[in-house]
Design a protein around this ligand. Structure first.
Ligand code: XMP
Length: 544
């Protein structure tokens, strides 16, 4: 069907900004209030995600055109505002790599022990997307039969292997076409392509954009599927495969922008606790040694993660870190008050975590009777954050993409725990129960997590958590299971899609406009029931 001239004129007229009627605007303004009017109008009732809804606004914005960029300090910019929680069932290096590749940030938890946590940060910082850093290798003395047995045992889906000597020096490449039964008695050294015929790049030739370098190489070398990377002494440092590079360039076309530092490495954050000496003082030496090692490893943000951030100990920790490391992005928390935000900002925090008790595995509100429903906590904190020029991070309680939209009307980023704990990239084994598959997800204030190291986060000592029974230390979190959720990419895609839809409905091109355009209304239990699917028999559930 083609449009006639009259229809074109009508369409053009429709796309111009609509004329506003004062009465209509007043009708809307009576019910749909900006953040600064809505939350005070509800005081002293504290509200959370499902208590409110956002009103639509005139929009010329398509969801796919929206930008989700944010920052956690003047130095740390992220293409998307999602952070994975510093919990031992959510973020280690694999999750942090996945988060950064998707444009966000992973905060590596501290239950690992300090040295292991530093190694995890290094794994993220040394990760060259597309470069397999430790490719499976064989030695020239092995036989093809040895290689075949290994392929079978480990169920490798590939059969081409770099060949290295005892010192790790590259001596050849064993091509898949010779890893066959008929050649089983041959030695690898007889069957391999010799070093002189193997395509390699030196590490320093990778440049700022290793993917583009590898892509260019494969374009120029028809039929070559493997490119090896070596150091100055010709020791094997990694392997690019054509299929990985093709997948990554495909993703780049789909507009996924990884979060990288100035040296083009993926960004990574790490949690840090406020260690105490046996006399109960802040253990300054241990804190500084830990922070220095993380910074040396290239960490982009340190997160002083505690359940109660408005305390002397957390203030001293943040102040000391800021004094010694003036340039590092410092995240601190958790607080739920304007005074708490002011206190941590004064001490030197760049971004402040808001949330006490909203988390899906948290029991702080039950155990201690303390904590604030999350949206009111964000609102109360947001004025002081603006006055002090610090960022806010909404931490906990997010169960769907709509909650992210609501949180970002006041926060610069959100932290997700439960929504990511079922991902393949989260630490932990898959558990099968009655034919269904799960991963463990536990609160860092659960007794088992505190025994593993997080007791200080809740103001306890690890030794007491290990020896004392639950009567002496009150757990503030539970141990739970999450149904497995597939890959992180697949979990994040609908969350980001929902966030972009939210921006589209509010006529917002970006997160700054989302904050300006947001208008809230209160929802009752009946309104909440109306918001979810109802009065139908559901045959397929969309989780985001
Ligand atoms: P979600 O709702 O995303 O929450 O699963 C993750 C956030 O919960 C916090 N957290 C805890 N809070 N007891 C608490 O009161 C706990 O044991 C606990 N463990 C984690 C934390 O802020 C995390 O990011």
């Amino acid at each position: 069907m083609t449009l006639g001239n009259a229809s074109l004129v009508r369409l053009t007229a429709m796309s111009a900004s609509p004329k506003k009627s004062r009465e209509a605007a007043a009708d809307d303004a009576r019910f749909y209030l900006p953040v600064g009017e809505f939350f005070p109008s509800q005081a002293p009732t504290a509200l959370t995600f499902d208590d409110v809804t956002l009103a639509t606004q005139y929009s010329e914005v398509l969801p796919r055109e929206t930008r989700l960029d944010t920052s956690l300090s003047d130095a740390l910019h992220l293409p998307m505002p999602i952070i994975s929680a510093d919990m031992d069932t959510v973020t280690e290096s694999t999750m942090a790599i996945g988060m950064a590749l998707n444009g966000g940030l992973g905060l590596i938890h501290y239950n690992l022990g300090e040295a292991e946590q530093v190694r995890e940060v290094e794994r993220v910082k040394f990760h060259v997307h597309g470069l397999i850093p430790d490719p499976i290798q064989v030695s020239p003395e092995q036989t093809i039969e040895d290689v075949l047995r290994r392929v079978e045992d480990k169920r490798f889906s590939f059969r081409t292997f770099p060949v290295v000597d005892a010192k790790g020096v590259l001596v050849g490449l064993l091509p898949g076409r010779v890893v066959k039964e008929r050649y089983r008695s041959k030695k690898v050294s007889e069957a391999m392509a010799p070093r002189s015929e193997v395509y390699t790049l030196k590490e320093k030739e990778l440049g700022k954009n290793p993917i583009a370098t590898a892509d260019k190489f494969f374009n120029e070398h028809l039929g070559i599927h493997k490119l090896l990377v070596v150091d100055d002494k010709d020791r094997l440092r990694g392997l690019f495969t054509l299929s990985d590079i093709e997948r990554i360039t495909e993703e780049a076309r789909a507009n996924v922008r990884p979060a990288r530092d100035a040296k083009f490495r993926l960004v990574c954050g790490a949690a840090i606790s406020a260690p105490r000496t046996s006399a109960g003082e802040l253990d300054r030496d241990r804190l500084l040694a830990h922070a220095s090692a993380l910074i040396e490893a290239g960490v982009d943000a340190l997160a002083v993660s505690t359940a109660h951030g408005h305390t002397l100990g957390v203030g001293q920790t943040v102040r000391l870190l800021r004094e010694k490391f003036p340039d590092i992005t410092l995240i601190a928390g958790n607080v739920t008050s304007a005074e708490g935000v002011g206190f941590l900002a004064e001490a030197g925090a760049s971004a402040i975590k808001i949330g006490q008790g909203p988390g899906s595995i948290c029991t702080t509100r039950m155990v201690a009777g303390v904590g604030i429903p999350q949206l009111t906590a964000l609102y109360v904190s947001s004025g002081e954050a603006k006055r002090r020029g610090v960022r806010l991070i909404a931490d906990g309680g997010i169960t769907k993409s709509g909650d992210i939209v609501k949180a970002l009307t006041m926060a610069d980023a959100v932290i997700l725990g439960g929504l990511l704990a079922g991902c393949r990239e989260a630490p932990g084994e898959i558990i099968e129960i009655d034919g269904k598959f799960y991963k463990q997800y536990r609160g860092m204030g659960s007794l088992s997590a505190m025994k593993a190291g997080s007791a200080a986060r809740y103001g306890h000592e690890k030794s007491r958590a290990s020896s004392a029974g639950p009567q002496k230390i009150a757990a503030e979190g539970i141990e739970a299971l999450k149904e497995i959720a597939g890959s992180l990419d697949n979990v994040l895609a609908p969350l980001l899609g929902g966030l972009q839809s939210g921006l589209g409905y509010l006529g917002a091109h970006n997160l700054t406009e989302l904050r300006t355009n947001a208008r809230f209304a209160r929802v009752t239990a009946a309104g909440m029931k109306e918001a979810a699917p109802h009065d139908v028999i559901e045959v397929k559930t969309s989780k985001a």
